[in-house]
Design a protein around this ligand. Structure first.
Ligand code: AMP
Length: 192
């Protein structure tokens, strides 16, 4: 890629379910540019539209399990490539494990900064249960919430160290009102 076409925004939000990565991803993209790409939203859209991919992934989503890597990679990579051509991306929920990070890297998806949002487990659970009452997501039941939090610790948390070794992680306390978290993120990225 020639330097003139380098996207300006290449950020990943890494956070447990309930930490606010959807909200913060949207706000961040509005503030610094780039396209907010949420893997979970793209998957739910496939399920809603009843596509062949949607039919293959719906049970994984309902059970709070990760969708097989190759399916999520094939879905999101074209969207990332399109975003890169339009100024960049704020990734939310992808990559979600080290294998996906490797696959993305091999396909030329670069990251300049990783924002790691942190909040205590009890607070995450409380927020997800509150969201369940408002949005009625199939994976916001108490049992599935616990599975998603466990999976985050097992599969996704190791990614924080993977990127920390590269010196690109910014830790942000997400156990505060959304506006304060949003301000902290732009400060941590040095774009405020
Ligand atoms: P989220 O909207 O980020 O909470 O994701 C909702 C669900 O979508 C997850 O519980 C997974 O079932 C699935 N999902 C989202 N992103 C990924 C990913 N990168 N890899 C595998 N499954 C994913």
């Amino acid at each position: 890629m020639c330097p003139a076409s380098k996207p300006e925004v290449r950020v990943l939000l890494l956070a447990a379910p309930g930490a606010g990565k959807g909200t913060q991803g949207m706000r961040l993209a509005e503030r610094i540019g780039g396209v907010h790409l949420a893997a979970g939203d793209l998957l739910r859209e496939q399920v809603r539209d009843g596509t062949p991919l949607g039919r293959r992934v719906s049970e994984h989503l309902d059970r709070g399990e990760l969708v097989p890597d190759e399916l999520v990679v094939e879905l999101i990579l074209p969207a990332i490539e399109a975003a890169a051509a339009r100024g960049g991306y704020v990734l939310d929920g992808f990559p979600r494990n080290v294998a996906q990070a490797r696959a993305a890297g091999e396909r030329g998806v670069a990251l300049d900064r990783v924002v790691h949002l942190q909040a205590p487990g009890g607070e995450l659970r409380r927020r997800l249960l509150a969201r369940a009452e408002k949005e009625g997501r199939s994976d916001d039941t108490p049992e599935v919430i616990d599975r998603r939090l466990r999976l985050y610790a097992q599969e996704t948390q190791p990614l924080v160290d993977h990127y920390r070794e590269r010196g690109i992680v910014a830790d942000v306390d997400a156990d505060r009102p959304a506006g304060e978290v949003a301000d902290d993120i732009v400060r941590a990225l040095g774009v405020a």
